[in-house]
Design a protein around this ligand. Structure first.
Ligand code: AMP
Ligand code: MG
Length: 318
């Protein structure tokens, strides 16, 4: 059968979703994957009353909740990444994330008391999983938020799905969270542009050349709010209760697993260059690219052949 490429853009999971699919009947693969993405959003969303996230949050302090296999898998993975990152990444920071979201909406900084009250509810130990029963229990006052991991999981699910339905080559970009299946239809590797943290959207400082890999970036520039004229970004430091004062502007993680790349890019951003590099080596990801506050670029070992620098920046291997 003739192979054609199908390309489409949608808005799902509160973000732009771009898909390119090559294989037999790519349009039907696309339609099925859109349905899957809506289903995952319904399951994971913090803002939907009927989601499993909301169900678990509502039952905090009351009883354990039976969850779908997908959701249990995400929560187990999240615990693994929390452990690897010494809790720099964890999904129980929702009370703090909410506090800062509300502060942005009211244009008023949270007080120290509000921050320490929220932090007291953000203990990563407050989620208890029973893998045999397929249930999760949250301690009173705690909430989960899959904002730093959910899109990665969804990208993995879509790529598995493309493959199962016969696609030979595909690309999905879920709001900057990219995953590729195979090479491009012309046999070349995919080139994933890396956004320059200080330039308008669409300006890349470099690119990752890859096949069968996920490329995920976390950066202060991605989402932020202005309170009293100062920018406060969306990635939290669970030690201080403030947006992370990272020595990085962005971190890009490359991994076969998008859920891993998503979680670890968030973690490495908070940990900063030195500890972030250790994290990437410990986790045995394919690699990472660090863009520092001093506008220098650091590549983990083995990344050089897969990285193209597109700006005049100092670039080192670390
Ligand atoms: P990302 O864009 O993948 O780095 O994820 C950032 C989102 O995850 C934020 O908008 C919050 O919803 C949530 N979040 C913020 N800080 C953390 C953190 N340290 N660990 C896990 N999730 C976080
Ligand atoms: Mg993330």
């Amino acid at each position: 059968m003739m192979k054609t490429i199908f390309e489409a853009q949608d808005f799902i999971m509160n973000t732009g979703v771009e898909q390119k699919i090559c294989g037999p009947a790519p349009r039907s693969i696309y339609e099925a994957s859109v349905e899957k993405l809506h289903m995952l959003e319904d399951r994971m969303s913090f803002y939907r009353d009927e989601s499993e996230t909301s169900l678990l949050n509502r039952h905090a302090g009351k009883e354990a909740v039976k969850l779908s296999k997908d959701m249990m898998f995400i929560l187990e993975q999240a615990q693994e990444f929390a452990y690897l990152s010494k809790n720099t990444f964890h999904i129980l920071l929702a009370p703090l994330v909410q506090l800062w979201r509300n502060a942005g909406a009211k244009n008023k900084l949270p007080s120290h008391d509000q921050i320490s009250d929220a932090l007291a509810l953000c203990d990563s130990e407050n989620l208890v999983l029973d893998k045999t029963a397929g249930t999760a229990y949250l301690k009173a006052g705690s909430m989960i938020d899959l904002g730093a991991i959910g899109k990665g999981f969804a990208a993995d699910v879509c790529c598995d799905f493309y493959r199962e339905l016969g696609a030979s080559s595909a690309f999905i970009n879920l709001g900057g969270n990219v995953k590729t299946l195979g090479k491009r239809p012309d046999g070349k590797p995919w080139a994933i542009g890396l956004q320059h943290p200080d330039k308008p959207r669409g300006n890349s400082y470099g690119a990752i050349l890859c096949a069968d890999q996920s490329v995920v970036t976390s950066g202060a520039y991605e989402r932020y709010q202005v309170i009293d004229g100062t920018k406060y970004h969306h990635i939290m430091d669970g030690q201080t209760g403030y947006p992370s004062a990272s020595d990085l502007k962005s971190v890009t993680v490359i991994s076969e697993s998008s859920i891993q790349a998503d979680a670890l890019s968030t973690a490495a951003f908070v940990m900063g260059l030195k500890k972030g590099v250790d994290l990437i080596y410990n986790a045995k990801c394919t690699g990472a690219v660090f863009f520092t506050a001093a506008n220098e670029v650091y590549l983990t070992k083995g990344m050089k052949p897969h990285f193209r620098l597109m700006e005049r920046l100092k670039c080192y291997e670390i």
